[in-house]
Write a protein that binds this ligand. Structure first.
Ligand SMILES: *Cc1c(COP(=O)(O)O)cnc(C)c1O
Length: 376
């Protein structure tokens, strides 16, 4: 048996650290030496720099991406007695955040080509909500795998119905739609800063952005016990803060984000070329979307065989996600769905697979993956 010549991991957050090790180490040490570890100068500077990069008036850091969604919902006054529409083909966090505030999730199906929220079904449930649910107060569309969802018709319908739009940008830092950054078109945007995300901390982190200064102020208070003034809770809050070490590390990484996104796109272009003319189609790109390739996802009916074949050649793959939220044990049988019953979502979950994708993949690793793809 031949040992694989080269192994290619699917993701490698350690490589992301090593790529800028000296700068990251210096930033972490600076935070350690500062004597101030929670909500200090690093966090405030990261929020300013992130807002400027995003093109938003304000950014508020917090403990993780799930909390960014939860805090944003709370900041908007959305909780018990409200329905929030999202998708089932997403990280479970999107749906978990809705239930964390006591609201009811309503899951609509996805477009089978781009795996993002089906705009037609969203418009249908806004016009004619399923009976027995509290009023729809917000939607959380997810820009999945690094590509914008079909946001424009969703925004129009939400405006018409007075429904808030919270963009889940956890997989789409820097993605665009018709030349505009995702996260700048809805009422607020939420980002996970988990280590493998396009912008990742070396631990947990999250951030939300908005042009609504009052909303940002409310979220800034809720993330710290509802304090407006130290030790005086003005509203009921939680503890969800971004620590100074992570903020300092994120400040090192943010200036590289456009370049690492460009590197992801370069890798994607090489995968596209290797797949061209073969039996497996490359991912479908929306014509007006700037994709940032959080994942490079193929759709293959016989994925088990293909994953085993790649594995035998030293190429790791992953499945994002193997079970839709509505079919996971904690949610099955009790989570409301739109009229489509998430049929495309269930079909996609059985067929998607993600190739290795991170900016530090070497040319040799990419060439090795491409060689295997060409031989399919
Ligand atoms: C990663 C992710 C989240 C959750 O982020 P955490 O930082 O892990 O809490 C939410 N939504 C989507 C789409 C994600 O990919």
């Amino acid at each position: 048996m031949n040992a694989p010549i080269l192994t290619v991991p699917q993701a490698d957050p350690g490589a992301g650290y090593r790529a800028h090790k000296d700068e990251i180490d210096a930033a972490a040490l600076r935070a350690l030496g500062s004597g101030w570890y929670i909500l200090g100068a690093e966090g405030a500077a990261f929020e300013k720099e992130f807002a400027a990069w995003q093109g938003a008036a304000r950014a508020v850091g917090c403990a993780n991406g799930t909390d960014a969604l939860m805090l944003t919902l709370r900041g908007m006054g959305i909780g018990a007695g409200c329905t929030v529409v999202t998708v089932s083909h997403t990280a479970v966090a999107t749906v978990a955040a809705i239930e964390m505030v006591g609201a009811t999730p309503l899951l609509v199906d996805i477009d089978p080509d781009t795996f993002t929220m089906d705009a037609d079904e969203l418009v249908a449930v806004l016009n004619d909500p399923p009976p027995g649910l509290p009023p729809i107060r917000a939607i959380i569309p997810v820009h999945l795998y690094g590509q914008s969802c079909d946001l424009e018709p969703m925004l129009a319908a939400c405006r018409e119905h007075g429904v808030m739009v919270i963009e889940d940008c956890s997989q789409a830092h820097g993605a665009t739609l018709a030349g505009r950054k995702v996260g700048t078109m809805g009422d607020a945007a939420c980002f996970s800063l988990y280590p493998t995300k396009n912008l990742g901390a070396l631990g947990d982190g999250g951030v939300m952005s908005t042009d609504d200064a009052a909303l940002a102020d409310r979220i800034g208070a809720i993330r710290q016990y509802g304090w407006k003034e130290r030790y005086i809770s003005d509203t009921i809050g939680v503890n969800s803060r971004l620590d100074e070490i992570q903020a300092a590390i994120l400040r090192v990484r943010l200036p590289y984000l456009d370049a690492t996104n460009a590197r992801r796109a370069e890798i994607a272009a090489q995968y596209d070329a290797a797949l061209a003319g073969g039996p497996i189609a490359p991912p479908v790109r929306r014509a007006d979307a700037g994709h940032v390739y959080h994942q490079y996802v193929l759709r293959v009916p016989n994925r088990t065989a293909l994953m085993a074949r790649l594995r035998a050649e030293g190429v790791a793959t992953a499945i994002h996600y193997p079970a839709p939220v509505h079919l996971q044990p904690a949610y099955r049988g009790r989570t409301p769905m739109g009229p489509a019953g998430c049929a495309e979502t269930a079909r996609a979950a059985g067929e998607v697979m993600s190739l290795p994708m991170f900016p530090e993949l070497t040319e040799a690793q990419v060439a090795h993956v491409c060689g295997v793809l060409r031989g399919l």
